[in-house]
Write a protein that binds this ligand. Structure first.
Ligand code: FO1
Length: 315
């Protein structure tokens, strides 16, 4: 049985909408596909930040302030690691650490990233399926004035400060798309594909870079609805607007639409957004896209599905 709603998501912003969707769509009807371009090996551990953020958010275990990692965390491991002169720029809470240790053990034992994610997310009480975009390694790398940087080096260690000149998804060309995603996109009962409000450049485009995914998306009969992560020219969180500007694109909901144009039927923009250019307006819907509460997350999920089900949604 394949999912009726497929959601493509990165970490923090996308996970909020994924949670909203999980309150509106039955678990068996929702497939959440996570970006794995942020994954890396650190301290000998295999770390998958977007899979973990989605897992924690859907399990209700996430730290709302930080947006990543677990709530009610303790940091004894990091304190002890620091005292030993270990690398502490990437913060691993004690409870979060258990997930990385167990995933690393299972991967070393020969399990796929999908199998590990399915087992551990179910163990944490997550009902909808969360799958990586691929079980093959894809690593986002960024060309800056300081040379090519691995993603977490850029994002966390250097706080997104270096100006980005180019983005490359190492391994994408030989990565195989997750079979459940391809099956869901080809299924006749697919109702909609939702591109969650994650950073298009570093969270959604790694997914689209996996061979077969963009093609399958372009061929789906069901509506493809994206939510703009840029509101009023600014990103709600993270370096989206800064990266657009550094790549020579004025950050705006229009820029997001143009980036996705050939793939999406509808872009949902924030209700405070100025009207988009006339050629895009028929395919634009307004909603409250700034999600502070659970009710906001659920309301946006409903608005996105209404846009998908509504008139004119399939161009
Ligand atoms: N982001 C930070 O800004 N600082 C951190 O120390 C940090 C640690 C961390 C640990 C586990 C994890 O799953 C995510 C973590 N993140 C941290 C967030 C992570 O870099 C981003 O969520 C994604 O890679 C981008 O969406």
């Amino acid at each position: 049985m394949s999912a009726k709603i497929v959601a493509l998501s990165g970490g923090i912003g996308g996970a909020k909408l994924a949670l909203g969707l999980s309150h509106v769509v039955a678990p068996d009807d929702l497939l959440i596909v996570a970006n794995t371009g942020d994954d890396f090996e650190h301290l000998g551990l295999s770390i998958s930040p977007d899979l973990d953020t989605l897992t924690y958010v859907l399990a209700g275990l996430d730290d709302r302030e930080r947006g990543w990692g677990r709530a009610n965390e303790s940091w004894a491991f990091m304190d002890a690691l620091g005292a030993l002169g270990g690398e502490t720029w990437f913060a691993l809470g004690d409870r979060d650490l258990a997930l990385h240790v167990e995933r690393t053990r299972r991967l070393k034992a020969g399990e796929t990233l999908s199998q590990v994610t399915a087992t551990l997310s179910a163990r944490l009480g997550v009902k909808p399926a969360i799958v990586p975009m691929s079980d093959d390694p894809v690593r986002t790398r960024l060309k800056t004035a300081r040379g090519w940087l691995d993603f977490q080096d850029y994002f966390v260690r250097l706080h997104c400060e270096p100006a980005v000149e180019e983005i490359f998804f190492a391994g994408a060309a030989s990565a195989r798309p997750h079979p459940r995603l391809i099956a869901a996109l080809h299924a006749p009962d697919l109702r909609a594909v939702v591109i969650c409000p994650s950073n298009p450049l570093i969270s959604i485009e790694p997914i689209l870079a996996v061979p077969g995914i963009r093609t399958a998306l372009a061929a789906v009969k069901a509506p493809v609805v994206a939510v703009s992560p840029i509101v009023g020219g600014a990103a709600l969180k993270g370096p989206t607007a800064k990266m657009f500007a550094e790549l020579g694109v004025t950050p705006s909901a229009e820029a997001v639409f143009r980036r996705y144009e050939d793939l999406i039927d509808i872009l949902v923009v924030d209700e405070t957004e100025a009207p988009l250019p006339t050629d895009l307006r028929p395919r634009t819907r307004a909603a409250q896209t700034i999600m502070r509460t659970l009710e906001d997350r659920v309301a946006l999920a409903r608005a996105v599905l209404a846009a998908a089900d509504g008139p004119g949604s399939r161009i």
